[in-house]
Design a protein around this ligand. Structure first.
Ligand code: 0X9
Ligand code: ZN
Length: 306
C-alpha cells in the first residue's frame, strides 16, 4: 500500500487520493483544481466531517523538486483520517480541508522521469526561445514581475510572459477564488531552509494584521521544535529571505481570499541546493510529524484571534 517510507510518483499519489474517496465517501471528495500544460489534472481532495466548518487550504509541490512538500501534505491528510490523537482529531473534524499535494504536476513528473531532471523547479510550458517552464511561484497576479524575478525564459525564476501565463496557476487560482469566504487559512509547503513565512514578498511593508501574523508565526516555530528540536526562523518573506513577487500566498492574501496565508520552507536547514532538495526518505515521517505539530499550533493560534 501507499506509505511514507519513500517518495511517490504523481500517479501513485493520485490513485491513493482516489482510493480515499472510495473508502470514505462521506468524508472525502476529489476535486480537479485545474489542468496542466501536458494535460494532467491538478488533483485535490476536500475532507469534511460536518457542515458549517471553516476551511483551510494546503498547497504542496508548487516547485517540483521540493519533494518533501507533497509527501508532508499527503501525510497530514492520512493523519486527519486515521489518527486517534485528540489534537489531530480536533483539527481534522472542525475544519474543512482543501488539500492539493501537487500544484505543479508536470514539473513533478519531470523530476521523476528517467530522462528528466531531478532538480527541475518550474512548469513545463514551451517558451518562445525554446526554453521550458515558468517559475509558478513568480507567476501569480499580484505585483507580478516587480522584484526578485527574472524576465529571461530559461532562468529558474522566470515570471512568465504575463501574470497567470501558466495554465496551472491560472486554473488553480480560479478554483481558490471560488472558495473566497470559505477558507480562513492558506498554507503553502516548500523546501528548504526551515522557515515559516508570511506576506509580503514584493515589499518590506508589513501586512495590516502583521501582529496576528507574528503571533501565529511564534506559536508555529515553537511547536515545530518540540518533538525533535528542529530550529525554524522566518517572518515576512521580503525581510526573512529575499524580495520576490508573484508568489501564491501574496496573491491569496493580497486579493482578500484569506486574512492569513503562510508558507513553510521545510527541512533541511541550509545546504547546497543539490543536497537540500534531496531530503533523505528516512526524514519524510519525522519532518511530517513535526510540521503537523506546527500546523496544529498555527491553526489553534489563529483560532484565538476570532
Ligand atoms: O523563492 C521562492 O519561491 C520560495 N523559496 S524556494 O526555495 N522554495 O523556491 C520562497 C518564496 C516564499 N513566498 C511564497 N511562498 N509566496
Ligand atoms: Zn519552493
Amino acid at each position: 500500500g501507499y506509505d511514507w517510507s519513500d517518495y511517490h510518483d504523481l500517479e501513485e499519489t493520485y490513485s491513493w487520493m482516489e482510493s480515499l474517496a472510495e473508502k470514505y465517501p462521506n468524508l472525502i471528495e476529489t476535486i480537479v483544481g485545474g489542468k496542466t500544460y501536458e494535460d494532467r489534472q491538478i488533483l485535490g481532495v476536500k475532507l469534511s466531517y460536518k457542515k458549517g466548518n471553516k476551511g483551510i487550504f494546503l498547497e504542496g509541490g508548487m516547485h517540483s523538486r521540493e519533494w518533501i512538500g507533497p509527501a508532508a501534505v499527503s501525510y497530514f491528510l492520512n493523519e486527519f483520517l486515521t489518527s486517534t490523537d485528540p489534537a489531530i482529531r480536533d483539527l481534522a473534524e472542525n475544519y474543512d480541508w482543501y488539500i492539493f499535494p501537487h500544484a505543479n504536476p508536470d514539473g513533478y513528473a519531470y523530476t521523476r522521469a528517467p530522462d528528466g531532471d531531478r532538480l527541475w523547479r518550474m512548469t513545463r510550458s514551451k517558451q518562445n526561445n525554446g526554453c521550458y517552464g515558468v517559475d509558478p511561484n513568480r507567476n501569480w497576479d499580484f505585483h507580478w514581475r516587480e522584484v526578485g524575478i527574472s524576465e529571461v525564459p530559461c532562468d529558474e525564476t522566470f515570471a512568465g510572459e504575463s501574470a497567470f501565463s501558466e495554465i496551472e496557476t491560472k486554473s488553480l487560482s480560479e478554483y481558490i477564488k471560488s472558495l473566497k469566504g470559505k477558507i480562513e487559512l492558506y498554507i503553502s509547503f516548500h523546501s528548504f531552509s526551515q522557515y515559516v513565512l508570511y506576506p509580503y514578498g514584493h515589499t518590506k511593508r508589513l501586512p495590516d494584521n502583521f501582529k496576528d501574523y507574528q503571533q501565529i508565526y511564534n506559536a508555529s516555530v515553537e511547536a515545530v521544535g518540540k518533538r525533535y528540536g528542529t530550529k525554524y526562523t522566518g517572518g515576512n518573506i521580503h525581510d526573512a529571505i529575499y524580495a520576490a513577487s508573484g508568489g501564491s500566498i501574496d496573491w491569496v492574501f493580497g486579493h482578500g481570499i484569506t486574512k492569513l496565508a503562510f508558507a513553510y520552507e521545510l527541512r533541511p536547514s541550509s545546504l547546497k541546493v543539490w543536497v537540500g532538495f534531496k531530503l533523505p526518505k528516512e526524514q519524510i515521517i519525522p519532518t511530517s510529524e513535526e510540521t503537523l505539530d506546527s500546523l496544529i499550533a498555527m491553526v489553534n493560534e489563529a483560532k484565538k484571534l476570532n
